[in-house]
Design a protein around this ligand. Structure first.
Ligand code: IMP
Length: 206
């Protein structure tokens, strides 16, 4: 079965092709004739994954899917969320994104500690966080969603340089190393995107 993946990232296409396995021919949006940037303006991961899949479907009429991911940090009220990629600016710079994340969390922790000293109640300041992915599949004109979550926490400083994005500051639950130290191959076995894509693969194969 031919499926268009609404991404320009060859790494993501390789991962999806590996997860879906034989019988699925995954092509990129560009290979389906869509070379412009696909709009992504929603307020939730689901809205964004659906917006991207619908864009491809309307233009090509082909079965297709899209994913949208991001980081939710408890002490930042669930942020940066859909702003994850552009947290520090439109250039999607991973170093600046991580620096801003560590800075904002330190600021919130300091505020919480002042409030406690003043005897004011404040929610317990944790470093808990999670990556979330929503995958939207349009199959024969019908929409299906698949979600994946990787729970964990944010390290106090960057460690390791494997992976991409926020991997050097994200410690998956039950581990004491960051994704940057654990490496991409291991992360793919437990990742939010892997879980969402494996759920989609199961549905398509079932
Ligand atoms: P996207 O929707 O998959 O492009 O993800 C949005 C942003 O979330 C990326 O630009 C990264 O900054 C971050 N992100 C998503 N998945 C991961 C991951 O597995 N590790 C680290 N950062 C990630």
């Amino acid at each position: 079965m031919k499926l268009v993946f609404a991404t320009a990232n060859p790494g993501k296409v390789r991962e999806a092709a590996e997860i879906l396995g034989k019988g699925f021919d995954i092509i990129t949006a560009a290979e389906a004739g869509i070379t412009e940037e696909i709009p992504e303006t929603g307020n939730t991961f689901r809205a964004n994954s659906l917006q991207k899949a619908e864009y491809i479907y309307k233009k090509t009429g082909l079965n297709c899917f899209a994913d949208d991911s991001g980081l939710e940090v408890d002490i930042l009220g669930g942020g940066p969320g859909v702003q994850t990629a552009r947290y520090s600016g439109e250039d999607h710079n991973a170093d600046r994104n991580m620096a801003k994340l560590l800075r904002e969390m330190a600021r919130r922790e300091a505020e919480a500690s002042i409030m406690r000293e003043m005897g004011l109640s404040t929610p317990h300041a944790t470093r808990k966080a999670r990556f979330r992915t929503s995958a939207a599949l349009i199959l024969n004109g019908e929409i299906h969603f698949f979600d994946g979550v990787m729970e964990g926490s944010i390290a106090r400083e960057r460690r390791g340089d494997g992976g991409f994005g926020y991997d050097p500051v994200f410690i998956p639950e039950g581990m004491d190393q960051t994704n940057g130290e654990l490496g991409e191959a291991f992360k793919n076995t437990i990742s939010h995107r892997g879980k969402a894509l494996r759920a989609m693969a199961e549905y398509l194969k079932g």
